[in-house]
Design a binder for this molecule. Structure first.
Ligand SMILES: [Zn+2]
Length: 303
């Protein structure tokens, strides 16, 4: 897929941009001297994944869909139930294997939770990583049999797909990006009470810092998505559609690295059986936990 290449190419461009990095450092130092940013700054710097001593403390687990938004249907199961079962298993596995990490769930019941609320939960928890669990499906195909148009299920999709949020490349003035910038700033700097939580979009210093964090979240989202993709394919032998960028609201408004995991095609009979089996669910969860460990180790390495 071209999009896979585009993602890694963009990722490496960001990493290679040392000049930009040093600009970020300079800007961070400059901001340290501003009274506006004095509140909670020490805590904020610990949340910068490139800072020494950075730790992943909180992981947000998001079970996709719920209630009257059930998601995709298989022949006997529904996406919202599979994602909730996976989310509970993932919560338990992280608590067992990574006891120093706090797990925050966006839902633990069949409640129908809007994407804004999911992002709010993640941002209020000051998450370091957002993992959204979903199941994929393909729409029915229209075929002509004996001169009549008929809908037939398309069961050809299989395996995993990892989605990360894609930027609007020229859209820095759009409302969505402003909202994202505001979310990032609120998550990083607890100055809401000092300055009403507003971002001054005319202040180049603030915007440079916010964009730097936006790039960092995106880079780390791609990093995590690639680790997951490698684990699913190389360790579990699952087929994969790779890592793709998509403008997904729940990912865009979560001010932290975020990956949406399409765990399999619920309308493919083989995948559906796997997604609903204990062994299949345990394998998916172990793979995500292994990936978190790799990601955590990479980011927490001393500089
Ligand atoms: Zn879904």
């Amino acid at each position: 897929m071209n999009s896979i290449f585009a993602v890694s190419e963009q990722g490496s461009k960001i990493m290679k941009n040392k000049a930009f990095k040093s600009l970020i450092c300079t800007t961070s130092l400059l901001l340290l001297s501003l009274p506006l940013f004095s509140h909670g700054i020490a805590d904020s710097l610990k949340r910068d994944s490139t800072a020494a001593g950075y730790r992943i403390k909180t992981i947000v687990v998001d079970a996709g869909h719920g209630g009257k938004r059930p998601g995709a249907y298989g022949s006997y199961s529904v996406e919202k139930n599979v994602t909730l079962a996976l989310a509970f298993k993932l919560q338990q596995a992280i608590q067992k294997d990574l006891p120093d990490v706090r797990v925050v769930m966006t839902r633990t019941t069949d409640d129908d939770i809007l994407w804004q609320k999911r992002s709010d939960i993640a941002n209020e928890a000051k998450g370091d990583l957002f993992i959204s669990l979903h199941c994929n499906s393909l729409p029915d195909r229209l075929v002509t049999v004996g001169g009549r148009r008929r809908r037939v299920p398309d069961q050809s999709g299989r395996g995993v797909l990892l989605l990360v949020y894609g930027f609007h490349r020229h859209g820095d003035e759009t409302g969505g990006d402003k909202e994202e910038a505001a979310a990032i700033r609120e998550n990083l700097f607890e100055e809401k009470d000092v300055n009403g939580g507003g971002v001054d979009f005319n202040d180049p210093t603030q915007m440079i810092l916010l964009n730097a964090f936006k790039n960092k979240y995106r880079k780390n989202s791609i990093r995590m998505a690639n680790i997951l993709n490698d684990e699913f394919t190389q360790n579990d032998g699952r087929s994969s559609e790779g890592v793709r960028e998509q403008s997904l609201l729940v990912l865009c408004h979560s001010a932290m690295p975020a990956v949406l995991v399409e765990t399999g095609y619920i309308n493919n009979p083989k995948d559906e059986a796997y997604l609903n089996s204990e062994d299949g669910q345990n394998e998916i969860v172990s793979t995500i936990v292994r990936s978190i460990k790799t990601y955590k180790k990479e980011l927490e390495q001393p500089n």
